[in-house]
Design a protein around this ligand. Sequence first.
Ligand code: PMV
Length: 326
Amino acid sequence: MTRATARAHPNIALVKYWGKRDEELMLPAAGSLSLTLDAFATTTTVALEGTDDEAAADSFTLNGAAATPAQATRVTRFLDLVRERAGSTARAVVTSHNEAPTGAGLASSASGFAALAVASAAAYGLDLDRTELSRLARRGSGSATRSLVDGLALWHAGHDDASSFAEPIEGPAISMTIVTVDAAEKAVSSREAMRRTAATSPYYAGWVESTTRSLQEMSSACRAGDFTRIGEITESNALRMHAAIEACEPPVRYLRAGSIAVFDAVEQLRADGVESYATADAGPNVVVISRPEDAPAVAEHLDHLGQVRVVGAGPGARLIPAEDPA
Ligand code: PMV
């Protein structure tokens, strides 16, 4: 195949990935666990140019406009890995459409690189299974490794390229109420902030150690269908990540006043008997988890604090027919 289209969805971590053990191989300092969403899809087509001219460049169009040089470089670096494996020098025309606001902490890099991994592997003729695609996506963006998996995904930290991938894990049905308090591009990228946390945060070692323990507990809670324990671990793990980030030098702070207001409102919801728990990624927006039957009450309660959208578990990245509209 010289042309392929794939669709992927972002994922939101209940136990977060924050910090790399190996930047080149994108091996995380600890494992993580997430839910792949059924919204905010990225649809990406990779078409190979009929040239073997190494001087020719890949082209990358995102949401109808030429990508920034930084975005284009990241895509070309990723495609170089695919080309190396495929023994090809063909350049690619990459067209991507992303339904989520890029850079607003809704993990658009996860859906982006998961879709790119699936589409580029097929376009360059690589026959990879789901585990191999998960490992490949990891090289583009760590969190992308989990977007290959349907629903709940457990990313094993691993110790080398072969052992660091995500796989499905059993768990109860979970709804996520996304509260967008600010859709602006984040000021410090997760890549840079992770580096800074590892290098300067006095809490980094504690974060890695506690996450490793939380992941074990979270995996057991998922398998046992224990929503309460899942929620408790989710909220404490998110707050621990933000505490480690906020202790950087120079400091990085993703949570804004509007984000804290959502955490407060969720505490109130729990006091009122609606079990819900908050988490936030590298941005100001907050994601609130609940049992699906409680999601309408959660959304109604949080509606005045931002733009609210309820989502659920969605499919892992896969190929789609090219004529399927994005
Ligand atoms: O893979 P990146 O660079 O998008 O990092 C994602 C980090 C968090 O979203 C904050 C946490 C996570 O596990 O998704």
